[in-house]
Ligand binder design. Structure first.
Ligand code: CTP
Length: 410
């Protein structure tokens, strides 16, 4: 099963200004939510002439923010927090009026105050009459806003609500959705790269209700997928069963067994980088009982086990489809470095992140991890860090590696 994508878990602040195209933002909101984004709407006074707060709130599943001076809004959610808690600000429809106020740096309502205060990317979908679109004032405002890094989608050319023909129609919701996705994909040092990450434990079935598993929480693998996506990589996470939420912007493929994990990883190739953080069960029961084993059958004298495929080693040996950078983990309770070096060699990886999983280390299920990066170049000791920080550091080391490779090729 595959869920999520680049919009999964992203927080969009949608500013709806006053134009006839405002009705299309209802469809846009629905589609953003459908793709896993959370949408918070700000409606301008003019916008409220075209769509009702009730429709927007029903579709976004959140309250609609309208008033800069509302005591309750400002109390519950000040304008600074509204923009801080968003990953992207979308203005749709971006009318000639709101574009002019943005260009001029006005802050005379909640929408423009937010736009002036935000440090987030802003995507605008202009919509206006063709003469307004072509007016020198609008041209100048657009040039100013472009220069400041505001992104635009549309407008389209066509029949307008006012009966004229030309450019000025707001882009269709599907095109705005694509532009929103592109905003996320275009960020970061790993943009344009594809990443594959494994995470969590695997479950190897004994019968339809019982399995052999392990204590992996998936925290580290999920954090790595999230960090790679934040760095701009198109990231696919193949995960065994965990309680971790889907990381934002990541395509998640859920599997149970080692064999399913291998199949899902093969399907994810080619990929530029592979990080194998899953705690894959080394063995599985030789036979899976077709029906639940009953107590009355008596305790099985022994469970015969057979070896599972090694997901990491198989991907590292995938010939042309092998990721340029293959990163494995070595979870060890003893002889950390010697075992990590052996795994580097035996599994054909470029880096091994060696971590101590002895019960006293608290790594399994814990929040922190002490990692050493082992490669042919030597050993890098990392300090004990929160798993999110380990992930962030790894993503940045991976970006360094690709930068160095690109430089060497020049
Ligand atoms: N791994 C894998 N598939 C397996 C076993 C391990 O992809 N069937 C990957 C893990 O995701 C990790 C690395 O191999 O990146 C090392 O895992 P680890 O459990 O430490 O090593 P094992 O191969 O199980 O070796 P050992 O039992 O000797 O510790």
């Amino acid at each position: 099963m595959r869920t999520g994508a680049v919009l999964n878990g992203r927080r969009i602040l949608l500013i709806v200004a006053g134009g006839i195209a405002a009705y299309k933002t209802l469809e846009l909101t629905r589609r953003l939510v459908e793709r896993g984004a959370s949408v918070r709407c700000v409606l301008t006074e003019a916008g409220a002439q075209f769509v009702t707060p009730l429709s927007l709130s029903a579709l976004s599943g959140d309250k609609v923010y309208r008033d800069l001076f509302s005591l309750t809004d400002e109390h519950e959610m000040g304008h600074i927090r509204l923009s801080r808690e968003a990953d992207l600000v979308v203005v749709a429809p971006a009318t000639a009026d709101i574009l002019a106020r943005m260009a001029g740096g006005l802050a005379n309502d909640l929408a423009t105050t937010l736009l002036l205060a935000t440090d987030k990317d802003v995507l605008a979908a202009p919509a206006m009459n063709v003469r307004m679109w072509e007016h020198a004032a609008t041209r100048a405002n657009l040039a100013t806003l472009r220069e400041r890094g505001i992104r635009f989608v549309g407008p389209d050319e066509g029949e307008m609500a006012c009966g004229e023909y030309g450019p000025g129609r707001m882009a269709e919701p599907a095109a705005i959705l694509d532009a929103v996705e592109a905003c996320f994909a275009a960020r970061g040092r790993l943009r344009g790269r594809a990443a594959l990450v494994t995470s969590g434990p695997t479950r190897e079935a004994l019968d339809p209700v019982r399995y052999i598993g392990n204590r992996s929480s998936g925290k580290q693998g999920h954090a790595i997928a999230a960090a790679l996506a934040r760095a701009g990589a198109r990231t696919r996470l193949v995960t065994g069963p965990t309680h971790e939420p889907d990381p934002a912007g990541v395509e998640v493929v859920r599997v149970e067994s080692a064999r399913e994990m291998l199949e899902a990883c093969r399907a994810a190739l080619p990929s530029d980088v592979g990080v194998f953080a899953a705690a894959v069960s080394d063995w599985r029961p030789a036979r899976e009982a077709g029906r639940k084993m009953k107590k009355s059958d008596g305790a099985p004298a022994a469970v015969e086990l057979v070896e599972n495929p090694d997901v990491l080693a198989s991907v590292a040996a995938a010939g042309n489809a092998r990721p340029a950078l293959v990163v494995g983990f070595a979870a060890e309770t003893d002889d950390l470095l010697a075992n990590a070096r052996r795994k580097l060699e035996a599994k054909g990886c470029d880096w091994v992140l060696a971590n101590d999983v002895a019960p006293r280390s608290g790594t399994f299920g814990g929040e922190e991890n002490t990692v050493r990066l082992v490669s042919a170049d030597g050993v890098e000791d990392w300090p004990t860090l929160a798993k999110d920080a380990v992930a962030e550091r790894l993503a940045s080391r991976i970006a360094d590696w690709f930068d160095a490779r690109a430089e060497a090729a020049e």
